[in-house]
Design a protein around this ligand. Structure first.
Ligand code: GLU
Length: 283
């Protein structure tokens, strides 16, 4: 990995991600993984993102924060686990279906959009959040005013994400798309002008733009390029687990915990989220 152009701030994000990956894979874990329907007792391994502030982030003290982390924790508790029984494991965008199918994780809460292609391989509970694909550019760049302006630009996104697929197939087929393993790598490129723009969900981009290290440096274009219905990914055919997770999500909205999690995690980035979606209602 080339770290020469990496700034101190983004290097910290990157090294955190690497440390957590190394730690996650070496950990002994008595999780019942993705076994059909089984809940309660022992440990539970949950797939999350660890480099997305506001969504899924591992902080320097090793803790996990973000909306997905709060949703995952709420669900795990409803499934009968204690908070101390939760083992969070980084699941990069391109690895999510495999992690579920292999039983590495019981479920995934990682900015994971429900779509037909993924539904061939995994099942989803939810949705629990509706986000939209957007574009992050440098604050002083006025050359990207509409989605078509992305054509011929150096655009960064992440392998295995809906954002990269949308760009290639629909939004800007002529963009020079660079696909990295994680969004934090795109950020580094955007800052050092190796790339012109970063595209993914507005929920994720808002978190990056609001980070102290990047304040005033980037801006969101404000394009609503797609609907991203975040779901909880789980093993295909595990109808019992899906039912339990859906019940947990419904309860989370009803008892006010969903709103609390939204305020705590999206408030600092001033991200204007959509209302809580209804279970099964894909927009
Ligand atoms: N929500 C989109 C997806 O599931 C983009 C964010 C991500 O890569 O996690 O592909």
């Amino acid at each position: 990995m080339k770290l020469r152009k990496v700034t101190a701030a983004s290097a910290a994000v990157l090294s955190l991600a690497l440390a957590a990956t190394a730690c996650g894979s070496g950990k002994k874990d008595d999780s019942d993984g993705g076994k059909a329907g089984s809940t309660g007792g022992g440990k539970i391994t949950i797939g999350i993102k660890i480099d997305q502030p506001g969504i899924g982030l591992q902080t320097p003290d090793g803790k996990y924060t973000g909306f997905d982390v709060d949703v995952a924790t709420y669900i795990a508790k409803e499934l009968g686990y204690k908070e101390s029984d939760i083992v969070f494991k980084e699941t990069k965008s391109a690895d999510r279906e495999t992690a579920i199918s292999r039983g590495d994780v019981k479920f995934i809460a990682a900015s994971y959009s429900i779509n037909d292609e993924r539904l061939q391989k995994v099942d989803f509970a939810g949705p629990y959040l509706l986000a939209h694909q957007d574009v992050l550019v440098r604050a002083d760049d006025d050359s990207i005013k509409k989605p078509e302006d992305l054509n011929n630009k150096k655009l960064c996104s992440v392998t295995g994400s809906t954002s990269a697929k949308n760009v290639k197939e629909k939004l800007a087929p002529k963009a020079q798309l660079q696909e990295y393993g994680g969004y934090s790598q795109c950020l580094t490129g955007l800052q050092s002008k190796v790339i012109d723009a970063l595209t993914t969900d507005d929920s994720i981009l808002a978190g990056y733009a609001a980070q102290d290290a990047f304040k005033g440096k980037f801006k969101l274009a404000g394009f609503k390029l797609s609907n991203e219905n975040y779901g909880i990914g789980l093993k295909k055919g595990d109808a019992e687990l899906k039912k339990k997770i859906n019940a947990a999500l419904e309860k989370m909205v009803k008892d006010g915990s969903w709103d609390k999690a939204v305020t705590a995690n999206f408030g600092p980035a001033n991200y204007k989220n959509e209302q809580a979606p209804k279970i099964g209602d894909i927009k």
